[in-house]
Design a protein. Structure first.
Length: 291
């Protein structure tokens, strides 16, 4: 009696993935922080003790207390509530920006790497030109041209992340297209689009997943930097970068106004980097049998 074919990762591979991913303390810590961040972003309105936009002008710049755990800002708004709501804005901007950069960059890299020739030359020389500009500088110029705001920040950050995904996918496509199953599909007359979507892209997902995870931290930091410089999300929306800037004027008297959102940015960026690092080790086939 023949055995049924199995699809997806085996139990041994899943156990190895969990062992490697959960075997390092910083990675576990990062996963916990990311989970808490996602919970705060999704359930923010249910968790926040106050309306983040309510101004109590009789209670401005109050110190942390039982009533306001992180105090209030210069307009009497609860700092903790704004911090929680800021997580939602940060998550939306990060996900949309990274998604935009990943989709467009992956498509360009896939076409360039698989097609080769003049198509590869034109696309990758354009990507090289974009990579010559630091991503933050590129996003800063775009945001200044577009005028700031949530949507414009998403576009600016997303386009600044595009070159990294394009270069990664191009390298993967150049490698995968030389495999026997791709050559067999070509010999059978399969269309290029079918081969790219059916064979090349699925076999390049592991490094793309790692890149997406690690890029999330960079996107969050970039959005916070733009908001801090006044080119990102505009008041009265609760953005962590804007909160750091608002509290900067009171750094000597009320440091928590800047330290709290600054620490949140630092912690979340570190967490995404640790999770991405753990995924890289757990998904890397070259490390099988070594970890």
């Amino acid at each position: 009696m023949s055995e049924r074919p199995t699809f997806g990762p085996s139990r041994a591979e899943l156990r190895r993935f969990l062992r490697v991913f959960l075997g390092r303390g910083p990675v576990v810590f990062g996963a916990v922080v990311v989970t808490v961040f996602l919970i705060l972003a999704v359930l923010g309105p249910l968790i926040a003790p106050y309306d983040p936009y309510f101004q109590d002008l009789n209670n401005v710049l109050s110190n942390p207390s039982r009533v306001h755990l992180l105090g209030t800002d210069s307009l009497g708004r609860d700092t903790l509530s704004r911090l929680i709501y800021g997580a939602r804005i940060t998550l939306v901007v990060g996900v949309v920006a990274v998604g935009m950069g990943a989709v467009i960059g992956t498509a360009l890299g896939l076409v360039a790497g698989f097609t080769g020739g003049m198509t590869n030359t034109v696309i990758m020389r354009l990507i090289d030109a974009l990579m010559a500009v630091p991503p933050l500088m590129f996003a800063l110029v775009l945001s200044a041209m577009l005028g700031g705001g949530v949507k414009n920040v998403m576009v600016a950050v997303g386009l600044s992340l595009l070159p990294a995904f394009a270069r990664l996918m191009c390298g993967q496509a150049l490698t995968v297209k030389e495999n026997d199953y791709v050559l067999a599909a070509k010999a059978m007359g399969a269309r290029k689009l079918f081969i790219m979507l059916r064979h090349v892209l699925p076999n390049s997902l592991s490094p793309l997943i790692v890149q997406v995870t690690m890029t999330m931290g960079g996107a969050i930091l970039m959005e916070a930097s733009l908001s801090f410089l006044g080119l990102g999300i505009k008041p009265p929306q609760a953005a962590w970068g804007a909160m750091v800037f608002d509290g900067y004027r009171y750094l000597t008297t009320h440091p928590v106004l800047s330290f709290a959102p600054g620490a949140a940015v630092m912690l979340v960026v570190f967490a995404f980097n640790m999770v991405g690092d753990g995924l890289r080790d757990a998904l890397d086939p070259r490390l099988r049998g070594l970890l």
